[in-house]
Design a protein around this ligand. Structure first.
Ligand code: PLP
Length: 390
């Protein structure tokens, strides 16, 4: 077969750190071991029935067999507006302040290409979701890291950032509830962010992928609830986690009109919008009873409580996450995040994600996804306990 060479752009993309981990895990599975995989972020439960039924019905409607509206259906944008009003008290204009996305990932990767020229600066949280890096690289932009440290509750300390970097920065990514640390943002932090972004003319992109998942009765804040935020940037939301719809690829961006227009314009050149029946089911998910979401949050909270209390009982000093479905655990002395993950895989057949895969400030931690039932989580803890590390 003739091999066609990849473009320089493609060759410049960051290598997928976690692909190596998948390779190692598969080897252990092939050896016939019962592996407990807590290394990934894929929701383990099915989409609620009423949403699946809405898709089934909508799929028979011939109107959806034609090309959809280029920029997404009005009924979905109206549902998003109603959702933000109901959940967060935020008023949005359906035509000017909402863009439909093929999942949150697509929007996160598109935004740098929409707003940045070669060499321009983006502020990125470290540790952080690796897809931010891909978008920055595709735009040929330059990444400056904002360390997320335990002593600052995993919020960036803006005072640590050099003024000249802040002056150069055009874009900033934030993500709360946070992947991988499980931290949530405060009202004061978002206010400080709006102030800083306005002062330095930075567009804020708040990734709200885990917006529905807050524990101990605390509902995570939308960035757009902050005064002035709607002028300062956008929020990217996804139905993947809230409704266990990761395979459906539905998300949206809301906020600053000029950014929404830029996203829509880029998407005009790349796609026609999502399958209309998926848009109909997505609108149904946002507008119908949210009991399924309450139930999901209770499930994750109960898993968190079981898992964390068992780790404490073993003597592993860890903090319980305040939101998301991840726990961020410090590795025992003498290990790096990779050597500890390898050790757990080899000796306990438990998979965790090494923190360094999320950036250099992730070193010293591993990420656990609470994405299996409590019995399996308990089994994972028992296996780790037998290693006598704590
Ligand atoms: C922090 C964060 N942002 C965005 C996404 C993207 O989700 P999706 O593309 O399914 O909407 C994920 C998915 O794992 C995530 O963890």
């Amino acid at each position: 077969m003739r091999t066609f060479e990849q473009s320089n752009l493609l060759k410049s993309l960051p290598t997928q750190f976690f692909a190596t981990l998948v390779g190692k895990v598969n080897k252990v599975i092939e050896q016939g071991h019962d592996v407990i995989n807590l290394g990934q972020g894929n929701p383990d439960q099915p989409t609620p029935d009423h949403i699946v039924k809405a898709l089934q019905e909508a799929a028979t409607n011939p109107i959806h067999h034609k090309y959809s509206q280029f920029r997404g259906q009005k009924f979905l944008k109206d549902a998003i507006v109603a959702y933000y009003k109901r959940e967060y008290g935020v008023e949005l204009d359906a035509e000017k302040q909402v863009a439909i996305l093929f999942g949150g990932k697509a929007g996160l990767v598109e935004v740098p290409q929409c707003l940045l020229n070669e060499g321009e600066t983006v502020l990125v949280p470290d540790p952080g979701y690796p897809d931010y890096w891909s978008g920055v690289e595709l735009a040929k932009a330059k990444m400056e890291l904002m360390p997320l440290k335990a002593e600052n509750q995993f919020l960036p300390d803006y005072k640590e950032l050099d003024t000249d970097i802040l002056e150069k920065a055009k874009l900033m990514f934030l993500n709360y509830p946070n992947n991988p640390t499980g931290a949530i943002a405060t009202k004061e932090f978002f206010e400080e962010t709006v102030h800083l972004a306005n002062k330095h003319n930075i567009c804020v992109v708040h990734d709200f992928a885990y917006g529905a998942i807050g524990f101990d009765g605390k509902k995570p804040l939308s960035f757009l609830q902050t005064e002035g935020a709607i002028e300062t940037g956008i929020e990217i939301y996804t139905l993947s986690k809230t409704y266990n719809m990761a395979g459906w690829r539905v998300g949206f961006a809301v906020g600053n009109e000029s950014v929404i227009e830029a996203i829509n314009l880029l998407q005009d050149h790349m796609y026609v919008s999502l399958f209309g029946a998926i848009q109909e089911a997505a609108a149904h998910a946002l507008l119908s009873s949210q009991e399924c979401v309450d139930h999901l949050v209770q499930t994750y909270e109960s898993r968190r409580d079981t898992f964390i209390s068992e780790l404490h009982a073993m003597g592993w000093k860890v903090e319980a996450p305040a939101g998301s479905f991840f726990a961020w655990l410090p590795v025992p002395e003498g290990f790096t995040s990779v050597s500890f993950s390898d050790y757990l895989l080899e000796k306990a057949h438990v998979v965790v994600a090494p923190g360094v895969g999320f950036g250099k400030f992730g070193e010293g931690y591993v990420r656990v996804g609470l994405l299996t039932n409590e019995e399996r989580l308990t089994e994972a803890v028992s296996r780790i306990k037998r290693l006598n590390l704590f």
